[in-house]
Design a protein around this ligand. Structure first.
Ligand SMILES: Nc1ncnc2c1ncn2[C@@H]1O[C@H](COP(=O)(O)OP(=O)(O)OP(=O)(O)O)[C@@H](O)[C@H]1O
Ligand SMILES: [Mg+2]
Length: 261
């Protein structure tokens, strides 16, 4: 049975205009439906509009043409139904792990009544005992887990993740990918993940959206018909990786060393 659509992106165009009159067509006529509970990855070369698209879904920006809805409602601003995780460095350095996670509740004005949820979410992302640590005292992977907990504490229907593992070493990245999959299974939230890592996209996603730049467009949507858990040395996994790399016009280039299993 097909699940209902949660996020509906229809014929969206976003052009950035510079002061000198030059234009960048970051997105051109992009349409995508993300279904409830689905894990979708956006992949494509730098500048193909991945962040632009995610920011539009978050309501941090608006398109010149086309429409975006979440559960049928037009997206006009950020809302608690959509949690956003930035690539890196988005924690408040002067606030502790617990205080950073609590900012989600404070932004909604429910901190006084819902503060008991903070330790629950610290535990959920596996950071028990680090409540009072400051961002500079935790590792990059732990900091990203704080950012994920902060985005999740408001109970979003969709989690929007912009290369959350991009700055991490390969071991930490795989650990966080596993954590993300656990959270997805446990919470049932819809995931929209930007990544430049083909293996990550295959490991995690129900569907992979391949984008191309100048102008930013969706060139292909690939269903990942592999069972879970997914093993990176499985022949079907490797075949899918080759075909995606080919689609990204990277065929023949060496994958990142950590994925040479
Ligand atoms: N605020 C902005 N003003 C002008 N141009 C912008 C702005 N934001 C993005 N762009 C341009 O729009 C295009 C798409 O940018 P975007 O950040 O969405 O790409 P991306 O796919 O996320 O790239 P990356 O993988 O490097 O993060 C790029 O050419 C970029 O230079
Ligand atoms: Mg980006």
């Amino acid at each position: 049975m097909t699940r209902p659509t949660l996020i509906d992106i229809r014929h969206v165009t976003r052009v950035y205009r510079a002061d000198d009159g030059s234009e960048t067509h970051a997105l051109d006529d992009v349409s995508l439906e993300v279904r409830e509970g689905e894990f979708v990855s956006l992949i494509g070369p730098s500048g193909c509009g991945k962040t632009t698209l995610l920011r539009l879904v978050a309501g941090l920006d608006s398109p010149q043409a086309g429409s975006l809805t979440v559960e049928g409602r037009p997206i006009e601003a950020p809302g608690p139904d959509r949690g956003y995780v930035f690539q890196q460095g988005a924690l408040y350095p002067w606030a502790t792990v617990a205080e950073n996670i609590a900012t989600g509740l404070k932004a909604r004005g429910v901190y006084r009544t819902e503060r008991h949820r903070v330790p629950q979410f610290i535990e959920l992302v596996g950071l028990s005992g680090f409540d009072n640590a400051y961002p500079h005292q935790v590792s990059g992977g732990m900091a990203q887990r704080v950012a994920i907990a902060r985005a999740l504490i408001n109970g979003p229907r969709a989690l929007l993740l912009d290369e959350p593992m991009g700055a991490l070493d390969s071991f930490t990245r795989i650990e966080l990918q596993d954590k993300l999959l656990d959270l997805w299974k446990d919470l049932g939230s819809t995931m929209l993940l930007v990544t430049h890592d083909v293996d990550e996209a295959i490991c995690l996603s129900d569907r992979i959206v391949v984008m191309t730049p100048r102008p930013g467009r969706i060139s292909e949507v690939i269903e990942v018909a592999l069972g879970r858990p997914r093993l990176r040395n499985d022949p079907d996994f490797l075949a899918l990786r080759s075909s995606i790399l080919e689609k990204l016009h990277l065929a023949g280039s060496r994958p990142e060393p950590e994925f040479n299993i």
